[in-house]
Structures are given as structure tokens and as C-alpha cells.
Ligand binder design. Structure first.
Ligand SMILES: Nc1ncnc2c1ncn2[C@@H]1O[C@H](COP(=O)(O)OP(=O)(O)OP(=O)(O)O)[C@@H](O)[C@H]1O
Ligand SMILES: [Mg+2]
Length: 210
């Protein structure tokens, strides 16, 4: 999915926190978003992800405004992921269930992603009891399992150990290569952006810089 951001402005009280004239995220590419704390990265992702509708301007997805159909094909992994008070396995299965994927196919896909993420030992744990890093891993697995056309990642590896970062980066790259899904990734890790991204944009005080 291609994403265009046109004249998007967002205020909190009187403060302009996002001020973007034009920004294009090309289909099938991985774009990094970097910038200091408070520069508007999460605000931008929440707007593109359809979670924040309180802004002026337009976000255009493959030439169209946001619809239910587009919404179903994208997902946002937040900085502090929210998981249901159910088993990890059920959390990962959920996006497939709501998209009416049949049981056999669901089992196949969930087992496959659990294996790829090397989280077999977590699958029967209650998701709300996981550590911060474990939750982030499970949340990325839950996002990738239904092969979204647009994947929005807000600092997905901020609490992650080096070995697990390798796994997550491998899976993000693999997802992008195999499905041509578009990825936007907020990161403070410049080395990570070099490893993953086709292009990187820099945000400062809500504006795109160089
Ligand atoms: N709910 C809110 N109410 C008021 N101000 C907010 C709210 N959420 C964010 N802000 C402000 O908007 C600005 C942008 O915040 P945002 O969370 O997008 O930054 P960020 O680039 O994601 O930062 P970080 O790197 O710390 O995650 C900040 O100045 C922040 O204080
Ligand atoms: Mg943020």
C-alpha cells in the first residue's frame, strides 16, 4: 500500500505538534522515521494508522481516503503494546479470527510465526504477564501473522535483547520481501535504520527535515 500525507497539521491545545506539507511512503518499501523525543513520530503513526482522527489535512492510501477495507489491511504496533488477558497463542491467532481465516489455516499460520519468532516457550503463557520485551516480540508476531499491506512500527525493538533484535529484524525484512507489504518504522537506532530501511525521514518539532 502507498501512503501519501498531505498538509497534515495537528495541535495539542495551542501547540502545533505535527506540520507536514507532503510526505510519500512508497508501496513495498521500508521507511524509517527518526527524530528526537517529542518530535511527533508517534503522532504521525497514530494518524496514518487511523487511531487519531483529530487533525487537518489528508492521508491517502493507494489513492483513497481511509475506509474499513483499508483499515483491515493495516496494523500499528504501539510503543507499549496492548495484549489481551489470554494466552499468547490466542493473541496471535486473533487477527486471523476476525478476518475469518479458517481454523486449519489459522493453526498453520500461528504455529509458523511462533516458530519463526522462536517464542514456543511463551505460547501458553498469559499475555498480560509477559515482560516488556516479550510483549513487543509477541505484538510483532501478531501483526505479521495476517500479512498486512501496511505495517506501522513504533520503536518495536526498544526493550529487546540483541539476539531477539536479530530475529525481529530478520522477520520484518522477510515479511517485506515476501509480501511486498509497506513498512514504516520509528526507531532511535540509526544502525537499525541502516539495516532495515530503503529510506529514512527525519522529524524535528513536527516537521520533516533532512
Ligand atoms: N495526548 C497528548 N496531549 C498533549 N500533548 C501531547 C499528547 N500526546 C503527545 N503530545 C505532545 O505532542 C508532541 C509529539 O509527541 P509524540 O508522542 O508524537 O513524540 P515522539 O516523537 O513519538 O516522541 P518519543 O521519541 O518520545 O516517542 C510532544 O510534544 C508531546 O508532548
Ligand atoms: Mg513516540
Amino acid at each position: 500500500m502507498e501512503v501519501l500525507v498531505n498538509d497534515v497539521r495537528k495541535f495539542y491545545s495551542n501547540k502545533l505538534v505535527l506540520n507536514i506539507d507532503k510526505l510519500r511512503f512508497p508501496k513495498g518499501k521500508i521507511t524509517g522515521i527518526i527524530g528526537p523525543n517529542g518530535s511527533g513520530k508517534t503522532t504521525l503513526l497514530n494518524i496514518i494508522g487511523g487511531l487519531d482522527r483529530e487533525y487537518t489535512g489528508q492521508v491517502i492510501y493507494d489513492g483513497k481516503a481511509l475506509t474499513q477495507g483499508i483499515y483491515r489491511n493495516m496494523t500499528l504496533v504501539t510503543q507499549k503494546p496492548y495484549l489481551f488477558r489470554r494466552k499468547v497463542y490466542e493473541n496471535i491467532e486473533y487477527p486471523l479470527k476476525i478476518r475469518k481465516v479458517n481454523k486449519q489455516e489459522r493453526i498453520k499460520k500461528v504455529q509458523d510465526i511462533i516458530k519463526r519468532f522462536e517464542i514456543e516457550e511463551l505460547q501458553d503463557k498469559k499475555a498480560h504477564l509477559l515482560s516488556g520485551g516479550e510483549s513487543q516480540k509477541v505484538s510483532l508476531a501478531r501483526a505479521l501473522v495476517f500479512e498486512p499491506k501496511l505495517l506501522l512500527l513504533d520503536e518495536p525493538t526498544s526493550n529487546i535483547d540483541p539476539e531477539s533484535i536479530k530475529i525481529m529484524e530478520r522477520e520484518i525484512l522477510g515479511f517485506n520481501e515476501e509480501t511486498k507489504g509497506t513498512v514504516l518504522i520509528v526507531t532511535h537506532n540509526i544502525e537499525q535504520s541502516k539495516r532495515l530501511c530503503d529510506d529514512v525521514i527525519y522529524l524535528e518539532e513536527g516537521k520533516v527535515g533532512n
